[in-house]
Design a protein around this ligand. Structure first.
Ligand SMILES: Cc1cc2nc3c(=O)[nH]c(=O)nc-3n(C[C@H](O)[C@H](O)[C@H](O)COP(=O)(O)OP(=O)(O)OC[C@H]3O[C@@H](n4cnc5c(N)ncnc54)[C@H](O)[C@@H]3O)c2cc1C
Ligand SMILES: *[C@@H]1O[C@H](CO)[C@@H](O)[C@H](O)[C@H]1NC(C)=O
Ligand SMILES: *[C@@H]1O[C@H](CO)[C@@H](O)[C@H](O)[C@H]1NC(C)=O
Ligand SMILES: *[C@@H]1O[C@H](CO)[C@@H](O)[C@H](O)[C@H]1NC(C)=O
Ligand SMILES: *[C@@H]1O[C@H](CO)[C@@H](O)[C@H](O)[C@H]1NC(C)=O
Ligand SMILES: *[C@@H]1O[C@H](CO)[C@@H](O)[C@H](O)[C@H]1NC(C)=O
Length: 580
């Protein structure tokens, strides 16, 4: 077995890995016969379900619905397959640093002044992210009103394809042991579960450092039931508004890469629906562009109001991330997130390591990095001062530093929640442009206290015995970083006189961990079945529905939700069919 060409092709079709004469080429595009460029689409077409956004939740949702219905999935970006920046762990920062219009990552800067990124590719944020895979806690599942058994089955469905146990090399192991020394107990070993203490979580990078994404979940699709269109940008949801009836969503207007308009409509059938899975920025933006949102705001952009809903765009939240860089006297492995300390202080501690901040081997040293200015992770000046000039200056300063200065790792903290939140507004009526977003980091004092407590834990980890070989003894570290004035990342905050408080350190060095959510929140914009209040035939299923970031990191739960709601919707559909 296993030597025939047919066997290799079948294996390749199933795994996306093609091997000839022992040489395997990973991540060859799976033979998805149902994926097409939107330019090839008919001007008008009909489906049972139209899903807008082929991201982290849209892909598992589409794969599931296709089992028993005709489904169209439209995604504004291209395919992730064959793009080494996406596939390779070491290239994490390359995509984030690429700000071209064709980049899988679209940069946005919140009104708070923090640089951020949103996905523009099939697979969504799972193609850009740091890979950490971990479930939501049982309390979170209860609060969302989800069925716990179906939640667990849905997580497992996802995990079979995209989740792996990380390798845990020396630096990550020292970090883990440091957390234990710092009292983040017990040690829970490798688990996807969300429980207090220190654990090794899952990752969507396999043992070869290759990324597996939500797009891989399309393997589950019924090819006869699914059409995926790439470079298809939804312009608006089309509503039927006859007489006094509630408005009903019945189609989507989208443009292909050549700017040509297409219309996809729901075929006849009362169960047929449109689902928005365009993410925490895209979904509220599209609702507003389609006339569902705060009436006055919509009118100010000459958008016809379908349903006045002031809560669309509200509850936008981004968990602040604060990071401390520890230069290492000895080489460290390149790693993204593998371990998390789940404290009882409302803060999660994670870490990543590498030389040159994890830049790809092929890149010019220090060109990019997980936390380098080019990716937008520029935290040595307060948010509002992160101007292009300041970033250029920091980039120049980095060039003058020795390589040793860049060997080490980042220990980061993310706070739970957060409690602080803001809002999203349209800047214009172009769906390709970013809306304006305000997150109000640390507006609530509890959030600030959690950050301060997290920094205190990070200090203990760095000072732990377990971590000692990966840090410079205090004095020589000072000597090495004599040039801290121009050092482009934050070291441990100074204590004592002449230094800023930890509160100020938190505010001044705040970055994003990209877990922003809200805008179409559960019980505010959508009901417990994720149906949009005030209109028929429309749901929102993605991270925009969250009140808090689930677990320590959200992607597992976002993918789970796509599968979970797909199963629920199909059950409703089949139940209704039987009773007819
Ligand atoms: C750099 C980075 C690192 C992260 N690290 C981690 C991590 O380690 N672990 C973790 O759990 N989470 C991590 N996250 C967060 C996680 O990836 C996101 O929370 C999750 O991907 C959000 O999923 P979503 O389905 O809500 O949105 P998305 O995955 O963003 O999907 C939305 C999709 O809709 C498409 N779209 C938007 N508008 C339109 C339109 N008008 N027409 C057509 N398509 C449209 C977009 O192109 C996109 O593909 C990270 C995120 C980023 C960006
Ligand atoms: C992919 O599938 C199509 C249709 O089934 C087939 O024509 C094509 O040869 C396949 N390609 C590969 C590389 O297997
Ligand atoms: C990979 O990233 C680099 C640096 O950002 C960029 O120049 C290049 O075009 C990217 N390659 C692909 C295939 O997207
Ligand atoms: C789901 O799994 C978690 C652990 O992963 C467990 O604690 C919980 O009881 C399970 N829920 C159900 C309803 O089976
Ligand atoms: C820092 O650099 C200055 C000037 O280059 C030097 O005089 C001083 O001794 C250095 N301090 C340390 C702690 O190495
Ligand atoms: C800081 O210095 C002032 C005097 O300049 C002193 O009163 C105060 O106690 C010092 N604080 C700390 C934390 O050392």
């Amino acid at each position: 077995m296993g030597s025939g060409w047919w066997w290799r092709l079948i294996t390749a079709a199933l795994t996306g890995i093609l091997c000839f004469h022992g040489v395997c080429q990973a991540q060859i595009a799976p033979n998805y016969t149902f994926v097409h460029q939107a330019t090839s689409a008919a001007p008008v077409s009909y489906y049972d379900y139209i899903i807008v956004g082929g991201g982290t939740s849209g892909c598992p949702l589409a794969a599931t619905l296709s089992q028993n219905a005709r489904v169209l999935l439209i995604e504004r970006g291209g395919s992730p397959y064959g793009n080494q920046n996406i596939t390779n762990l070491g290239s994490f920062s390359a995509t984030l640093a690429d700000t071209s219009p064709s980049s899988p990552s679209q940069r946005f800067i919140s009104e708070d002044g923090v640089f951020n990124a949103r996905a523009r590719v099939l697979g969504g944020g799972s193609c850009l992210n740091a890979g950490f895979y971990t479930r939501a806690g049982t309390d979170y599942v209860k609060a969302a009103g989800w069925d716990g058994a179906l939640v667990n089955q849905s997580y497992q469905w996802v995990e079979k394809v995209v989740a792996f146990e990380p390798p845990m090399l020396q630096w990550q192991s020292a970090f883990r042991n440091g957390l234990l020394e710092a009292g983040i107990l017990p040690y829970n070993g490798f688990t996807y579960d969300h429980i207090y203490g220190t654990k090794v979580g899952g990752t969507i990078f396999d043992r070869d450092g290759h990324r597996h994404t939500a797009a891989d979940l399309l393997k589950y699709a019924n090819p006869k039931g699914l059409t995926v269109l790439l470079h298809a940008t939804a312009q608006s949801i089309l509503f039927r508004t006859e007489g006094k009836l509630r408005p009903r969503a019945h189609g989507v207007l989208f443009k292909d890469a050549a700017g040509v308009e297409h219309r996809a409509y729901l075929s006849k059938g009362s169960m047929n629906e449109i689902v928005l899975s365009a993410g925490a920025l895209g979904s509220p933006q599209l609702l507003m562009l389609s006339g569902v949102g705060p009436a006055q705001h919509l009118r100010s952009h000459n958008i016809k109001v379908i349903f006045d809903q002031p809560l669309v765009g509200q509850g936008m939240a981004d968990n602040p991330m604060n990071a401390v860089f520890t230069p290492s006297p000895i080489p460290v492995e390149i790693s993204l997130i593998q371990v998390v300390g789940i404290t009882r202080l409302g803060t999660y501690i994670e870490a990543a390591s590498g030389s040159n901040f994890g830049s790809p081997p092929s890149a010019t040293p220090r060109d990019f990095g997980m936390f380098s200015p080019q990716t937008g992770q520029f935290s040595v000046v307060p948010p509002k001062q992160r101007t292009p000039e300041a970033i250029a200056k920091a980039t120049e300063a980095m060039k003058a530093l020795s390589n040793e200065a860049f060997r080490g790792g980042f220990i980061i903290e993310k706070i739970i929640g957060p409690l602080s939140s803001g809002h999203l507004q349209l800047r214009n009526t172009n769906p390709e442009d970013n809306p304006s977003v305000t997150f109000n980091y640390f507006q609530k004092p509890e959030d600030l206290q959690r950050c301060v407590d997290g920094i205190t834990v990070i200090e203990k980890v760095i000072q732990s015995k377990a971590f000692s070989k990966f840090r410079y003894p205090y004095l020589s570290l000072q000597a090495l970083l004599n040039m801290t004035l121009n050092f482009p990342v934050n070291l441990l905050p100074k204590h004592g006189n002449g230094s800023t408080s930890l509160e100020q350190f938190c505010k001044d060095t705040v970055m994003t961990i990209w877990h922003y959510h809200g805008g179409c929140q559960l019980d505010r914009v959508v009901d417990r079945n994720y149906k949009v209040f005030g209109v028929d035939g429309l749901r929102v299923i993605d991270g925009s529905t969250f009140h808090d970031s689930p677990g320590t990191n959200p992607q597992a739960t976002v993918m789970m939700l796509g599968r979970y709601m797909g199963v629920k919707i199909l059950n409703e559909r089949l139940g209704r069919k039987r009773s007819n």
